[in-house]
Design a binder for this molecule. Structure first.
Ligand SMILES: Cc1cc2nc3c(=O)[nH]c(=O)nc-3n(C[C@H](O)[C@H](O)[C@H](O)COP(=O)(O)O)c2cc1C
Length: 203
């Protein structure tokens, strides 16, 4: 399993007491208890560099060893988990850069022989399943009705759809700001149930 999580830059200290962090903790605990090997990546803690440098425009290899390690883990994973807050309807910048650098050409997707970049790519990832856990200050209903839930399109249709991961389970918890301890506890129990079900499904 690859689990990546991140917090908005500027949270102080980033991520350490965030609810996203708590959802990732639960997922890691459940998966480990079910004998899954978890490659957990806290992008803020490991200071992942989200900026793709000049000279890597082809985006098939990187001089950054950390990017190469992430790519190898992603390619080998049977299950992928992402955990992050909503930032303007997008992932935090550090996680956006992780998508750009790690879900790359010839690692996560490619093109059929003789077909150009204008065509729809072919997914290369081995994982067929992904779990996405988001937090926000809106409710899930408001996010969907008022904003069209862009994170759902991003993860389900773009990132995972394009890379061959067909089974995407996504939940968005909110409003997190001012949420009661009982509410957070109930959300974490739901995370536990979702991850547990995924852990028991054959790989
Ligand atoms: C730069 C920035 C942009 C944000 N944009 C949104 C947004 O568009 N919609 C929303 O509901 N919350 C937004 N938030 C609030 C965060 O999603 C919220 O603080 C977070 O989900 C709290 O959960 P956490 O404890 O996991 O960090 C934003 C926060 C920051 C710092």
């Amino acid at each position: 399993v690859v689990c990546a999580h991140a917090s908005p830059a500027g949270h102080c200290p980033p991520g350490l007491d965030s609810f996203s962090h708590a959802t990732a903790d639960v997922a890691e605990r459940v998966l480990t208890s079910r004998a899954w090997r978890v490659a957990r990546r806290d992008l803020n803690a490991e200071r992942f560099d989200p900026v793709q440098p000049t000279g890597e425009a082809q985006n098939t290899t990187s001089r950054d060893d950390l990017v190469e390690r992430h790519c190898a883990e992603l390619a080998a994973a049977d299950l992928i988990g992402v955990f992050h807050p909503n930032c303007w309807g997008q992932p935090p910048a550090i996680l956006k850069g992780w998508i750009e650098r790690v879900f790359r050409l010839d690692t996560a997707y490619s093109y059929a022989q003789g077909v150009g970049f204008e065509s729809v790519p072919v997914g290369l990832l081995k994982a067929r399943r992904a779990l996405v856990f988001n937090t926000s200050d809106t409710t899930a209903a408001c996010e969907a009705e008022v904003f069209g839930d862009p994170l759902d399109t991003l993860w389900r249709r773009y990132v995972f759809g394009l890379c061959g991961v067909s089974d995407v389970s996504r939940r968005c918890y909110g409003p997190v700001a001012g949420s009661a301890a009982e509410q957070r506890h109930a959300w974490l129990l739901e995370v536990e149930a979702i991850v547990n079900a995924a852990a028991l499904t054959p790989r």
